[in-house]
Write a protein that binds this ligand. Structure first.
Ligand SMILES: *[C@@H]1O[C@H](CO)[C@@H](O)[C@H](O)[C@H]1NC(C)=O
Length: 285
């Protein structure tokens, strides 16, 4: 395993151990796919998959992140959720880490059909709204790749399902390499693909087919101010319910992307740069 795969595995396993919350894939993918129901004690995939070292999760976090990041970071201290490990002796099948809870699945409605391709601002808002995750690229501060681009997956939300704002919110921990990057240089690009949902698959569009929309939002990542924390929290937690249970000791906090540019490719022959005014005026619905 490469180092990054290892850390990912450690993170995933640790998250699982910190209570029985789960990591979801995009709800958009959830639709008819059979893996959404894979969960529970009867899960056939063997227990021996789970490495024994996953048992002590506090040690794991120190292992996964440099100790310097374990200090209190930018703080959202209002969170009251406490979800300590209830039974760290359970070492589970790794496959269950990526399974769904049934109650989350039922919340996963399929998005409506995309807007017509000529409606570029609306398409941009559509992709931004119905995406549950995207890839955020930052300028890295990691030793080996200092100054180079580094992409990382994040769950996002631009508002609850029925209230799109166009502003993309994040729920982050200072333990993330990406957050360290942003503290050093706050500008970033967030990329979404319509391939996250079912549309491209149903149309047999390859993710690189220009008709399978791609949206890259570039701007400055800023901490969400106190007056906006409640909206950010509702935006994130309504779309990612398991986040409520993420361990408080990781000092989760909210950020948002202040847009500079909206770049969209959703049709053959060229990309659109959508003015911020048009982007915020449009609705995804
Ligand atoms: C939608 O979200 C905005 C921004 O968070 C908020 O001001 C507004 O009250 C919300 N509207 C509804 C109907 O929830």
């Amino acid at each position: 395993m490469t180092r990054s795969h290892l850390s990912l595995a450690l993170v995933a396993a640790t998250l699982w151990l910190c209570e029985s919350y789960t990591l979801r894939n995009s709800v958009s993918w959830a639709d008819a796919s059979s893996d959404v129901v894979v969960r529970g004690e009867s899960d056939a995939v063997s227990e021996e998959v789970a490495p024994a070292l996953l048992v002590d999760n506090s040690r794991l976090w120190k292992h996964a992140y440099p100790s310097s990041v374990l200090r209190d970071g930018a703080g959202n201290n209002k969170r009251t959720v406490t979800s300590k490990t209830e039974d760290t002796t359970i070492v589970s099948s790794a496959s269950r880490v990526f399974s769904y809870r049934m109650e989350d699945v039922k919340a996963a409605a399929s998005p409506p059909s995309p807007p017509r391709h000529q409606q570029t601002a609306r398409t941009a808002r559509y992709v931004a709204h119905y995406s549950d995750w995207g890839i955020l690229a930052t300028i890295s501060t990691q030793d080996k790749i200092k100054g180079l681009p580094f992409g990382n997956v994040f769950s996002v939300s631009d508002g609850p399902m029925d209230n799109s704002t166009g502003v993309i919110y994040f729920y982050l921990t200072p333990m993330e390499n990406t957050v360290a990057d942003l503290r050093s240089f706050p500008f970033a690009s967030l990329t979404f693909s319509e391939a996250e949902g079912d549309f491209c698959r149903q149309q047999a569009y390859d993710p690189e087919d220009p008709r399978c929309a791609r949206l890259t939002l570039t701007g400055k990542m800023v901490d969400v101010g106190l007056e906006e924390v409640e909206s950010a929290r509702w935006a994130m937690f309504s779309r990612h319910p398991e986040m409520r249970k993420w361990p408080v000791e990781h000092n989760w906090f909210f950020m948002k992307l202040e847009l500079t540019q909206v770049w969209l490719q959703n049709w053959v022959g060229g990309v659109s740069l959508i003015s911020l005014e048009d982007y915020f005026k449009a609705t995804p619905y």
